[in-house]
Design a protein around this ligand. Structure first.
Ligand code: IPM
Ligand code: MG
Length: 369
């Protein structure tokens, strides 16, 4: 059996804990089968952390996250905390984790599972076989740029400011991840910005092109404006392989790409830092969906995005390709059985709860392993 691996579980708010519980069952399954053992610990993040610890993520939790081999994250936020001052909002916990762990590369795959073809609002022929990777820069741009804030002007108006800012090194390091990912896929990168109206976008385009010409000439590179990319994603998404873009455009385009697949409840993500001298990267894995307060606590949420995020962890943090494939196959098999949470329900399928989806996954894992 492989050596113990340190995981920090931050289930968060809303449906976070119930979907994470299904991941914990998968972790226990691996343990029981003696395939891999994890040292897991848990901590609070988001609104629940604010309620108990007075901050959306405490310093003690940050220290645990720094010390972990990987962080598994659920979701944060809810109406209860919406009127808190900006610095105390649940989302700030997630943003602090991203920033202080240096998780600049956010991988958001959008893959269509064939049994779910009919769950998408797009025509089956447009999305059948779709497999694209959105690589979002995650620690820069307008999310963190200074100056920022709201000030009151002498005439009594208020003025809100956020700053879009990127440096060469920030662009190049995420560009490098994009080209490396493409080499393991279909060897195509589309770099997305608004170079037609933003200087930072023009810089982005130039730096990505330079990196390509210097080190990655074997990879096909295109540039696209973000508005056109949004349109192309719905018109003909299969033209893309890897899309690399900044923090804000990546936030928007990845939601769009997610819906191509039929449900936000299916989409995992990985957020990775730079490799250290031993090749290890800080990493956080989270479903793309949010905390869905409207269905929280009802045993209705789709746990598959969280389970698929766990599979990404096996793949990217621990190089456990075989085990990652096994988890992904179990998800595919469960879907092929016609088992569906309500977000992906279709004609002739059975609506099941979060926990029954978990039961099904474990049974499918049993058959595989
Ligand atoms: C995401 C979310 C976050 C973001 C929020 C919750 C801060 O929308 O991960 O896409 O905007 O990055
Ligand atoms: Mg988002």
């Amino acid at each position: 059996m492989s050596a113990n691996k340190k995981l920090l579980i931050l289930a968060g708010d809303g449906i976070g804990p119930e979907v994470m519980h299904q991941v914990e069952r998968v972790i226990e399954w691996f343990d029981r089968k003696r395939l891999v053992r994890f040292d897991t610990s848990e901590a609070l993040v988001g609104g629940c952390a604010y309620d108990v610890e007075g901050a959306p993520v405490s310093d003690a939790t940050m220290a645990k996250a720094q010390d972990a081999d990987a962080v598994l994250f659920g979701a944060v936020g809810g109406p209860k905390w919406e009127s808190l001052p900006f610095a105390m909002r649940p989302e700030r916990g997630l943003l602090r984790l991203r920033k202080e762990l240096g998780l600049f590369a956010n991988l958001r795959p959008a893959v269509v599972f064939e049994p779910l073809l009919g769950a998408s609002t797009l025509k089956p022929e447009v999305i059948s076989g779709l497999d694209i990777m959105i690589l979002r820069e995650l620690t820069g741009g307008v999310y963190f740029g200074e100056p920022r804030g709201v000030a009151t002007l002498p005439d009594g108006q208020r003025r809100g400011v956020n700053t879009q800012v990127y440096t060469t090194s920030e662009i190049v390091r995420v560009g490098r991840v994009a080209f490396e990912l493409a080499r393991k896929r279909r060897n195509k990168v589309c770099s997305v910005e608004k170079a037609n109206v933003m200087e930072s976008g023009e810089l982005w385009r130039e730096e990505i092109q330079k990196l390509h010409d210097a080190e990655y000439q074997d990879v096909e590179l295109h540039h696209m404006y973000a508005d056109n990319c949004a349109m192309q994603l719905v018109r003909n998404p299969k033209q893309f392989d890897v899309i690399v873009t900044d923090n804000l455009f990546g936030d928007i385009l990845s939601d769009c790409a997610a819906m191509l697949t039929g449900s936000l409840g299916m989409l995992p993500s990985a957020s990775l830092g730079a490799a250290d001298s031993t090749g290890q990267r800080k990493a956080l894995y989270e479903p793309v969906h949010g905390s869905a307060p409207d269905i929280a606590g009802k045993d209705m949420a789709n746990p598959l995005a969280s389970v698929l995020s766990f599979a990404m962890m096996l793949r990217y943090s621990f190089d456990m390709t075989e085990q990652a494939d096994m988890v992904e196959q179990a998800v595919k098999n469960a879907l092929a059985l016609g088992v569906r949470t309500s977000d992906i329900l279709q004609a002739n399928t059975a609506r099941v709860s979060t926990s029954v989806m978990g039961d099904t996954l474990l049974r499918e894992l049993d058959k595989l392993g």
